[in-house]
Design a protein around this ligand. Structure first.
Ligand SMILES: Nc1ncnc2c1ncn2[C@@H]1O[C@H](COP(=O)(O)OP(=O)(O)OP(=O)(O)O)[C@@H](O)[C@H]1O
Length: 263
């Protein structure tokens, strides 16, 4: 059996007085989507920060392609093929689409001191890569990122990560601020990244969105992995109840309905 692309074993992270993560073991395979679910404060951001090189785990191991991995910095994690896209795409509103796509890796023309950022080529590549993900309304590489919709910004950030060879794509609440149609576009793009063999980690509160694209799911509660299951093994209600900390949401809803009736 081949090793998973990314494997965490017994990962712990403590801050002064807080155990943000306790004994987390997880695996994600190439061409699969792992959904990381959890309520506020569950430890999702801490886990993302460990995987993207911002924090070092207090203990535990990380393996990439079966080899021990250690991320010294976000740049190091990125050089090892881990790309993280944050809620608003982590993009720069006052930059053109092409410039933003290549930030830090600008294509140049000319030589020596005459090297110049090749805006035209950068814009063409950025537009082509976004269009290949189905974003056809962005046709001008000079267009300011600030004029793109939330879904288009996510698409730009995902296209960029895939273009620069990410093996692991971490998406932090990519659909949280989006309308229904835009969220559906972003979910479709996630499936395209998956089809290209990228291992996707989707961090979300939205059980419905997770169920639409997830192959594998892990629920974090107060820093611990409360459940770990594959597609089809839990109902939406079971997952929602678990995320609410085991409290049956149906009971809460019934209580609210009673209060409303009595008002
Ligand atoms: N730098 C830090 N110093 C101290 N405590 C921290 C730090 N970062 C996170 N924590 C604590 O670790 C716990 C987990 O936080 P984390 O931000 O990872 O949760 P989360 O699941 O991402 O929540 P949210 O969905 O609200 O962003 C919380 O109790 C938080 O207060």
């Amino acid at each position: 059996m081949t090793a998973p692309l990314l494997r965490l074993t017994g990962v712990n992270k403590s801050f002064l007085g807080t155990n943000a993560l306790q004994d987390i073991s997880l695996e994600v395979d190439a061409g699969k989507v792992l959904c990381l679910l959890g309520d506020n404060g569950a430890g999702k951001s801490t886990l993302i920060k460990i995987l993207s090189g911002f924090h070092k785990p207090t203990s535990g191991t990380i393996e990439l392609n079966g080899e021990p991995a250690d991320f010294e910095s976000p740049r190091d994690a990125s050089a090892q093929g881990i790309a993280t896209v944050h809620q608003f795409g982590g993009t720069f509103p006052l930059m053109g689409v092409g410039r933003c796509f290549f930030v830090g890796a600008e294509p140049t023309k000319g030589w020596g001191p005459f090297k110049l950022f090749d805006k035209k080529v950068a814009g063409e590549i950025a537009v082509r890569e976004m269009q290949s993900l189905g974003i056809t309304r962005v046709a001008d590489g000079a267009r300011l990122v600030g004029s793109l919709s939330g879904g288009e910004r996510q698409a730009l950030a995902i296209a960029r990560a895939v273009y620069f060879g990410a093996n692991v794509l971490i998406l932090d609440e990519p659909t949280a601020a989006l309308g229904v149609k835009e969220a559906a576009h972003v979910l479709r793009i996630i499936m395209q990244a998956r089809a290209k063999g990228v291992a996707v980690i989707l961090v979300t509160h939205n059980v419905r969105h997770a169920m639409m694209v997830g192959d594998h799911f892990a629920v974090l509660i107060r820093g611990q992995k409360a459940d770990d299951f594959r597609k089809g093994e839990r109902t939406r209600e079971e997952i929602t109840d678990l995320m609410a900390g085991g409290e049956a949401m149906a009971d809460l809803e019934a209580e609210l309905a009673e209060l409303q009736a009595g008002a």
